[in-house]
Design a protein around this ligand. Structure first.
Ligand SMILES: [Zn+2]
Length: 69
């Protein structure tokens, strides 16, 4: 069983549905890449190779999202 999370409630559950609101629970971990920007990773790689202006100091580490509630 995998731990899942109800986004609206912000609570974790082992069930497919949220015990609080009955809504669908999904994995709390974000996908490895954004479905809206599947090639963003490659674009950044190309940018790094081509540019090298040193503007993206913090790239590589994504800060943890603040939990609501
Ligand atoms: Zn819920």
């Amino acid at each position: 069983m995998k731990l899942k999370k109800c986004k609206p409630c912000g609570i974790y559950t082992l069930r497919e549905t949220c015990p609080n609101c009955g809504g669908p629970a999904s994995s709390p971990h974000p996908p490895k890449f954004s479905p809206l920007d599947p090639y963003g990773k490659y674009r950044r790689m190309l940018k790094k190779q081509a540019g090298g202006d040193g503007n993206e100091k913090n790239c590589g580490k994504i800060p943890a999202k603040a939990e609501a509630g």
